[in-house]
Design a binder for this molecule. Structure first.
Ligand code: URA
Length: 436
């Protein structure tokens, strides 16, 4: 088989066979197919698309390119959850223990944050002592015993995707639905999930800015799941403003605790209950989403979700007493308020700008090597739809670099992220659609 023939076939809009797709992915992973040929192929896919069958074959070929985690020793249906990336998205910290408390085993691999989006692994590391590195044996034992474990991605998970993603990033081929869908799903499948609940964000802070594109991406991922025998549900959720009120690693742990105490912000709680309900249904711990929701609400009200969070943290070496007083992990030199400069109503809060503002404070990485400050970040005091008066507090900045040169640009960014209009506004819906 010649690579050039496969590129030409895709360029001309024909469907590739599974052998052709495996040939490309294996050759690219092994280094026998060079970047320039893979770039040409990715561009051909960008313009010609892929059928559902081709997308599923591509997903499986990438999942096979490196380690594949075998979770079959853990009893029960292992349901994973994935978010397409957002700002203030603390859902995993709430859902992993909550869903485990309902009896669904959670064996999760998560990533670190880069740029304006946060990563669950960094957030967990804000808890002193928490280790994200477990051996496969420790991981399996913990999920079997405690019902939940969250670790960082192993070095050799889907190397084909790692290489291809890097290439897409510099060849303007990231924004292709079959390429995004196969990239995400290959990692979930290699990580061993039996069933997957996807949180596909839509809006200004999301990969997909329009609802139409978000639904197309969600459908492509659900179709891959169906093709490869992993049950999958996608929930389309709003990212026209950050989710919840905290952006920053320790601050998000604190908010997750508040949410598990039933005192969290309504939007974060609602997204958690919706995603969690589908996780329980796919994990066969509830017959309907209504029954699942009631169960999750009970587990919050009776403290079982929070108790499971403490058990999970302790099992991974973390100081679980922090969860009794999370203010301990957000101790900073100064908390500086950001005030509104005009009267009106909050129409939207650009999630990306808020993410960048938190990153400028040191909460996120500009490059993979950046050191992050786990205590700093932002706590929002206004959300879309709220009325504001000039001088009201829009947010608090938790800072360790207190010099005005460091603080002033962040303050400006936060103010600019808030779009304030003169007429009352109805906030965007939080949950747009469920794709099955
Ligand atoms: N996230 C991924 O993992 N892959 C993509 O292609 C886009 C977002």
């Amino acid at each position: 088989m010649r690579t050039v023939d496969v590129i030409q076939k895709k360029r001309d809009g024909q469907e590739l066979t599974s052998e052709e797709i495996s040939f490309l992915i294996e050759g690219y992973t092994a280094g026998t197919i060079p970047d320039y040929q893979m770039s040409a192929w990715a561009m051909a896919v960008f313009f010609q698309g892929m059928t559902a069958r081709e997308t599923a074959e591509l997903t499986l070929a990438m999942a096979r390119s490196g380690d594949q985690i075998d979770l079959s020793a853990i009893p029960g249906i292992k349901v994973d959850k994935h978010s397409t990336g957002g700002v203030g998205d603390t859902t995993t910290l709430v859902l992993a223990p909550l869903v485990a408390a309902a009896g669904v085993p959670v064996a999760k691999m998560s990533g670190r944050g880069l740029g304006h989006t946060g990563g669950t692994i960094d957030k967990l590391e804000a808890i002193p002592g928490f280790s994200v590195e477990l051996t496969e044996d420790q991981f399996t034992k913990q999920v079997t015993g405690q019902g939940v474990a969250v670790i960082g991605q192993t070095g050799n998970l889907t190397p084909a995707d790692k290489k291809l993603y890097g290439l897409r990033d510099v060849t303007a081929t990231v924004n292709s639905i079959p390429l995004i869908a196969s990239s995400i799903m290959s990692k979930k499948i290699a990580a061993g999930a039996d069933a997957i609940v996807l949180d596909v964000k839509t809006g200004n802070g999301a990969f997909m800015k329009t609802l139409e594109d978000s639904i197309k991406l969600a459908q492509a991922m659900v179709d891959i799941g169906t093709e490869v025998g992993r049950e999958c549900v996608a929930v389309i959720t709003d990212m026209d403003q950050p989710l919840g009120v905290a952006v920053g690693n320790g601050l998000e742990v604190q908010l997750a605790v508040e949410t598990l105490q039933g005192k969290g912000p309504k939007d974060l709680e609602e997204v958690c209950l919706t995603l969690g309900s589908y996780m329980l249904v796919l994990g066969r711990k509830a017959a309907t989403v209504e029954e699942a929701r009631t169960k999750l609400q009970e587990l919050i009200a009776n403290g079982s979700g929070l108790a499971k969070f403490k058990e999970f943290v302790a099992a991974q070496g973390g100081d679980s007493s922090v969860l009794d007083d999370p203010s301990r992990i957000v101790q900073v030199k100064e908390i500086i308020p950001v005030h509104a400069e005009q009267d009106g109503y909050v129409a939207s809060i650009t999630a990306e700008e808020i993410g960048v503002a938190a990153m400028m404070l040191g909460a996120g990485r500009e490059t993979k090597e950046s050191q992050i400050d786990l205590a700093v970040g932002l706590r929002l005091h206004k959300k879309s739809g709220d009325a504001v008066r000039k001088g009201d507090k829009l947010a608090d900045m938790y800072v360790n670099r207190t010099e005005e040169e460091a603080v002033a640009p962040v303050r400006r960014k936060v103010i600019e992220a808030f779009r304030i209009v003169s007429e009352p506004v109805t906030p965007e819906p939080l949950i747009y659609a469920i794709v099955t």
